[in-house]
Design a binder for this molecule. Structure first.
Ligand SMILES: NC(=O)C1=CN([C@@H]2O[C@H](COP(=O)(O)OP(=O)(O)OC[C@H]3O[C@@H](n4cnc5c(N)ncnc54)[C@H](O)[C@@H]3O)[C@@H](O)[C@H]2O)[C@H](O)CC1
Ligand SMILES: [K+]
Length: 494
């Protein structure tokens, strides 16, 4: 089981292409399925202890992985039962099922077990689970239960419409999941759309998802990610590369004996109508490690290390400024527009956030001759680039190309895209980040990274990582001021 940090992220089609490239070298689908099922069994055995395992198998290759895992677990001496949704449809799944010599229960009638393994649907799911009617086996009510049937006996499934008595697949999954001590999804919780991260149906929240061969967008994008629990990658011997990767822990420069405040990086923050927002960005830039932070505006107060200067073109012309943050609390009045215009013409690398994003259009940003990082939340993104139903990765990537800027598309599933197509996606964001001012803190943290001369994508990634780590350290009910302070602990952990 591999942690997913830094791992490539593949769409369903990219994963299929990677598998096909291996198959083209003479490795069969059955071999890949055998590797997948064996890796699942090994992971499950470590977690299950002596508890009974129930594996739910679907009609496709995800189900095939489940049959292999069941066989291997049984060979290992782990108590295991299998419940199927229907007959396997693919050749590989049929052959995997043939290798399982135990009984097969129907999903609708499956009794719960302490360990639930969901191998109903993986990357091939294309429509909601609710549309499936659960099959009933062709047998009389007087028949014995599945456990009493001799090894190897098969139930014949009939595809008559579900009677009122039968439950939907989603209901079965929820009730078995609720009753389990530990629930594990194979590749993806059944019901999720691999590429968009949409929930075609609502699965239960799993404790663990075992991603096969590669991380998929649904492991990270909302709403899908919330159903995955912990995510671990299982290696099935399929080489993968992608321009999209899971955000990694940054490697940041630390001061040396020759360092001084300017070599550490100077960040200027432009204040506006709500000076608290710019204060938060400034505090964040300092706590993220900038050597010198100046606030261009009229605010007053601590911290004393923050150099407050009235806004002027002269203050903006300081060629030591390594990153200029504009947008937090800027407002949208004439003063805001004038300050934005001056900022865009100052020639410094830019972080554009909040209100400033509402005063610009992509063509205007594209025409800038300096490195630019945009940090929109969903509303700001829609206003700047237009609404769309496309997945968040594609939207962020297209926006980055269109504006020729690094785009940090914020949210519980922050996607960072560069104009060259590279994408990084953050994992495990604290839900407690949903509080006022946390976006201002992020822009300041990114400013510190850009002023320290990291390239724009690395700056954005490092800022997002520090921000996320600081939030995790704080636990519940923190405020943005706490978050800015906690950036110091996040940096200290590196
Ligand atoms: N391809 C490989 O070499 C390997 C794949 N692995 C595993 O396979 C799945 C993906 O398998 P696939 O058969 O493409 O898809 P699913 O198992 O997810 O099932 C899709 C199956 O079901 C039909 N279908 C789709 N949506 C529905 C629906 N709502 N109701 C009913 N039926 C539906 C669809 O037509 C297909 O027949 C991947 O996740 C891995 O788990 C192996 O790991 C290794 C090799
Ligand atoms: K699954």
């Amino acid at each position: 089981m591999i942690r997913i940090e830094c791992q490539p992220i593949l769409t369903a089609a990219e994963m299929r292409a990677a598998e096909n490239a291996v198959i083209a070298t003479g490795v069969s689908v059955e071999t890949l399925m055998d590797r997948a099922g064996t890796a699942i069994a090994e992971a499950v055995r470590r977690l299950a202890g002596t508890n009974e395992v129930l594996i739910l198998c679907g009609p496709g290759n995800n189900g095939g992985d489940g049959y292999v895992a069941a066989r291997v677990l049984a060979e290992m001496g782990v108590p295991v039962r299998v419940a199927a949704l229907s007959e396997p449809k693919t050749d590989a799944a049929k052959s995997a099922r043939a290798g399982w010599l135990g009984p097969i229960e129907t999903l609708a009638e499956a009794k719960h077990a302490p360990i639930l393994v969901d191998a109903l649907f993986g990357s091939g799911l294309t429509r909601p689970l609710d549309a499936i009617t659960t099959p009933t086996p062709n047998r009389s009510p007087a028949d014995a239960g599945a456990q009493d049937r001799p090894l190897g006996e098969r139930l014949e499934f009939s595809w008559a419409p579900a009677s009122a008595r039968e439950r939907s697949v989603v209901e079965c999954l929820h009730s078995l999941g609720n009753a389990a001590l530990l629930s594990i999804a194979v590749d993806l919780p059944s019901g999720l759309a691999t590429d968009s991260g949409q929930a075609l149906s609502t699965p239960p929240v799993f404790d663990l998802t075992l991603a096969l061969g590669a991380v998929k967008p649904a492991h990270l994008l909302q709403p899908a990610a919330r159903y995955c629990g912990q995510i671990r990658l299982l290696d099935i011997g399929v080489p993968t590369v992608s321009q999209a990767e899971v955000l990694k822990t940054p490697s940041l420069p630390t001061p040396g004996p020759d360092s001084h405040k300017y070599t550490r990086g100077m960040v200027a923050i432009i204040a506006g109508t709500m000076s608290g927002a710019a204060d938060l960005a400034a505090l964040a830039a300092m706590r993220a490690g900038a050597g010198y932070v100046t606030l261009l505006g009229d605010s007053q107060g601590p911290p004393h290390a923050l150099v407050r200067t009235p806004f002027s073109d002269q203050a903006l012309a300081n060629d030591r400024i390594g990153a200029l943050v504009i947008g937090p609390g800027l407002g949208r009045d004439d003063t805001a527009r004038a300050r934005l215009e001056a900022a865009l013409n100052a020639g410094h690398p830019l972080i554009i956030d909040g209100d400033a994003l509402r005063l610009l259009d992509p063509d205007h940003i594209k025409a800038l001759k300096v490195p630019v990082i945009l940090t929109p939340h969903a509303g700001e993104f829609d206003a700047l680039f237009g609404k769309s139903d496309t997945d968040k990765i594609t939207r962020a990537r297209d926006a980055a190309t269109r504006a020729n800027a690094v785009v940090v598309f914020k949210g519980a599933d922050t996607v960072i895209a560069a104009p060259d197509g590279r994408v990084r996606i953050a994992q495990g964001a604290s839900d407690w980040l949903s509080t006022a001012g946390t976006g201002d803190v992020l822009s300041g943290a990114i400013g510190a990274m850009l002023a320290a001369k990291l390239d724009p994508l690395d700056s954005a990634c490092a800022g997002v990582w520090l921000h996320g780590d600081a939030a995790r350290r704080l636990g519940p009910a923190f405020i943005a001021d706490d978050l800015a302070e906690a950036l110091r602990s996040a940096r200290a952990s590196l």
